[in-house]
Design a binder for this molecule. Sequence first.
Ligand SMILES: [Zn+2]
Length: 470
Amino acid sequence: MWHKAPMPPFIFISLLLLTACSQSPAPKSVEETNPELNALLDASLNSDYTYDKLGELCDTIGPRLTGSPQMKKAIEWSMNSMREAGFDSVWTEPVVVPYWTRGQEWARCTAPVEFDLILSGLGLSDGTGPEGIEAEVLAVRDFEELEARADEVPGKIVLFNPPWQGYSKTVQYRVHGASKAARHGAVAALVRSVTGNSLGAPHTGMMHYAEDAPRIPTAALTVEDAGRLHRMCQRGLKPVVKLYMEAQNHEDTISYNVVGDIRGSQWPEEIVLVGGHLDSWDVGTCAQDDGAGVALSLGAAQMILKQELRPLRTVRVVHFTCEEMGGHGGRAYLEAHRFELENHVFALESDAGSYTPLGFSVDADSLVIEHITELAAPLARIAPGSWKIRQGGSGVDIGPIVRSGVPGAGHWVDTTHYFDVHHSLADTFEKIDPDLLARNVAVIAGLIFAVADEPVSLRTLTDSNADGGH
Ligand SMILES: [Zn+2]
């Protein structure tokens, strides 16, 4: 934050004269045009509420795998937190979700040299059975090499060791590697952790079995172990690996989205949604993914309440369930709220961690982006030098309602180090910088308040036949 020094009287008078003489008035500062927004930003920068709540979630509940006892506790925690913060109404909405458990797991290179491998079974993978699986490793760099060497695959454990090419490209090996290898007769699939930087921690995440391929167990290895096995293969050493995984897919179960409203003063039926996903993987304590988004949406709403602001529209916080195992919470929200979808004016999701704020990526018409850019202009002081509203994706959880016409945005931060810890043991509360978290609360609270308290509805900017709204 910056502080304004008091102005000496003679400068003040000169400025008054100058203003009076000039043809167009000097542009007004944020303090003059929107004192409430400005005070909200300052209060957010000076509050440790969100940091405290995120620490509570991570340290006293821990990781929150869908269907797990910790996820049930987290749902209670979310409801209690919203109630304590003073939300007008708080409720849960049921979601049918897959239920997967990891159990014990280990892997070991048994020949020609013996050493333990550090692994993390992939979410929704089947287990190996009690005997485990022992086979020679065939290491490939990419899917093209797998296809080229298809005749070598039968009976082997295929190891995918692709270079890091950014998340969306590299994650294809984690998601589809098992089925692609199984089609050629592989007995298991290992994949290099999807990260650009590794300090020896494996990174888990969801995999997907194709209908037309045998289901083989699959796990992530550390970048280091994947590299070592691949180099052994290149030396012609034919490494053999023994893999043991108790992973199990159970019957679907019921989990819940948590929803809390701060009723709007003038158009309570109109909704400005902000959220993140409460579920997580079962390693580390999942502070960045997505404890941060959960705490930021809660903390931003709490700041609006604490400042005793009552925006024109309803501010709704949603803590989604089962994002990690397929985005079930987001789809269930769409189904449960189709009846009031037209009243969803805006949706904002935070699911990229709490790093240096850069702005927002908006998934909407250009008119909406222009309007959001104007509304968000006062927030630029929170991210000096880097602030931008760009066109782009919003998020997995709000994706279903955004694709159904709700203007959406993603909380955009510098993700240079996000994937270093993502889905790994290293995603813990130490990785949260309190100053950056406070700045992220400020930009989220600021944007949500600005949109919820804006006389013009964003929906009227996208509806061609609208009459201008309120
Ligand atoms: Zn996430």
